[in-house]
Ligand binder design. Sequence first.
Ligand SMILES: NC(=O)c1ccc[n+]([C@@H]2O[C@H](COP(=O)([O-])OP(=O)(O)OC[C@H]3O[C@@H](n4cnc5c(N)ncnc54)[C@H](OP(=O)(O)O)[C@@H]3O)[C@@H](O)[C@H]2O)c1
Length: 145
Amino acid sequence: MSKILVFGGIGYLGKHMVRASIMMGHPTYVYGRPINPNSHPSKLELHKEFKSMGVTLIQGELSEHEKLVSIIQQIDIVICVLGAPHIMEQLKIIDAMKIAGNVKRFIPSEFGVEDERVVALPPFQDYLDKRRKIRSASIASGIPY
Ligand SMILES: NC(=O)c1ccc[n+]([C@@H]2O[C@H](COP(=O)([O-])OP(=O)(O)OC[C@H]3O[C@@H](n4cnc5c(N)ncnc54)[C@H](OP(=O)(O)O)[C@@H]3O)[C@@H](O)[C@H]2O)c1
């Protein structure tokens, strides 16, 4: 079993990743932005469900570098399912993984199309260009992805 950390685990796709990870028996962690009683009810409900399933929920911002490093140091696999507007935030996660030095596999937020096979029109091409930057940074980090 691998310790799996999911970023964006409360999201549209992420919640399925988290449920699948738990169902497969992996100790599963979700790092997400802090919630409060005024957070969207679906988000609060998902937090409750994940807690009852045994998911470890960590609340924090992606800008909290030291916190990210200390959590990632306990993890084997990082799955990132951030929404499309936030994919460049993954550079912060890659920086933290490089310092932590222990991640066995990184699965970046690239779900949807096979970038290399697509010639897109703007603004989708801009989005694919951003994803390529994340892919290059992943390769440069030396972390299997
Ligand atoms: N939805 C679709 O129809 C669809 C279709 C094709 C491909 N995809 C791909 O699937 C992947 C995930 O998409 P999704 O639709 O599941 O994403 P999503 O639900 O829109 O968002 C996922 C997570 O991103 C985090 N997030 C949102 N705003 C943020 C911010 N300002 N700063 C940092 N984090 C923020 C949130 O995590 P917290 O609130 O927990 O912090 C959220 O749960 C993307 O690569 C997307 O391109 C999605």
